[in-house]
Every structure is written in C-alpha cells, then in structure tokens.
Design a protein around this ligand. Structure first.
Ligand code: IDP
Ligand code: MG
Length: 148
C-alpha cells in the first residue's frame, strides 16, 4: 500500500472547493491517513518547493501558497502516487484532461488548485516534512471492497 501527499491550495480553499476535492479522492477509494487545515509559513513553503528555487515563478509560487490557508493531506491506496497525479491532471490546467480537478476547476498554471507528490522519494520526504509521524493507520470498513 502506497502513501502520497496532497495540498488543497489557497485558491481552492478560497473558492469553497475543499469538499468537492476531498470527495473526489474519497470516491476514488483513497484512504485519508492524515489531514490538517493550516496556514503555511514561508519557511515551510520554501522547504516544500526548494526544488524550484531560482525559477522565475518561484517567488510568486511561495506568495501563492502562503496567501490563505490550505488543507494538507496524506492519502493511502494501491498506486496512490500515480492515482492522485491522474486525478489532479496536468500542471497546466489548459492541458489537463477533462474530468481532472485542474481541468474542471482551473485555467492558469499559477492557480492550479492542488499539489500531489510526483514519486516515491518526494512522497516520503513531503509526508515527513508536513506530518512527521502524525498519521493515523486505520482499518476502513470499505477496504475489502476497494483493495483486493
Ligand atoms: P506539479 O504541481 O504538477 O508537480 P511542478 O512543475 O512541480 O508541477 O510545479 C509546482 C507548482 O509550481 C505548480 O503546481 C504551479 O503551482 C507552480 N508553477 C509551475 N510552473 C509555473 C509557472 O510557469 N508559472 C506559475 N506557476 C508555476
Ligand atoms: Mg511537482
């Protein structure tokens, strides 16, 4: 079973889309094992996006992610990392497939609503950075109907 890290970003929170977005992950069968509503500090934002430091959009990205609260989540499931990335859609909403979160709710790359880890290494480091050990392993009644 794989775990991945998700952020419902400030634009999605301000637009009242938390429930809509969480519902899509739940419907897909992903299990919530961590979730918090929080104001991101500039320090945490810079650590999370350290790989993008020096890019022209970096400062705008940091300001965006600290501009309003976010919902940080850890989701668990079979191939959770790839399943979440597919559910998010392409980074540029204009290129995202219809039916994905970014296509259904977004237009611009700088307001693309959600973050999802892009691989096993980033998932592990992002979960550690945002949640540490503060996760809940639990048996969900529907697990046998979702995981074979
Ligand atoms: P990802 O979120 O799909 O993994 P990345 O390339 O890792 O995409 O970029 C991280 C985030 O940085 C994007 O989700 C988006 O919010 C922002 N970003 C990336 N490229 C641009 C850009 O050219 N302009 C503005 N924001 C950008
Ligand atoms: Mg990325």
């Amino acid at each position: 079973m794989e775990r991945t890290f998700v952020i419902i970003k400030p634009d999605a929170v301000q637009r009242g889309l938390i429930g809509e977005i969480v519902a899509r992950f739940e419907r897909r069968g992903l299990k919530i094992v961590g979730m918090k509503f929080m104001q991101v500090s500039e320090e945490l934002a810079r650590q999370h996006y350290a790989v993008h430091e020096g890019r022209p959009f970096f400062n705008g990205l940091i300001q965006y992610i600290i501009s309003a609260p976010v919902v940080a989540m850890v989701l668990e499931g079979t191939n959770a990392i790839a399943a979440v990335r597919k559910t998010l859609g392409a980074t540029k909403p204009a290129e995202a497939e219809l039916g994905t979160i970014r296509a259904d709710f977004g237009l611009e790359i700088g307001r693309n609503l959600v973050h999802g880890s892009d691989g096993p290494d980033t998932a592990a480091s992002e979960i550690a950075l945002w949640f540490g050990e503060d996760l809940v392993s639990w048996g969900r009644a529907s697990d046998p109907w979702i995981f074979e």
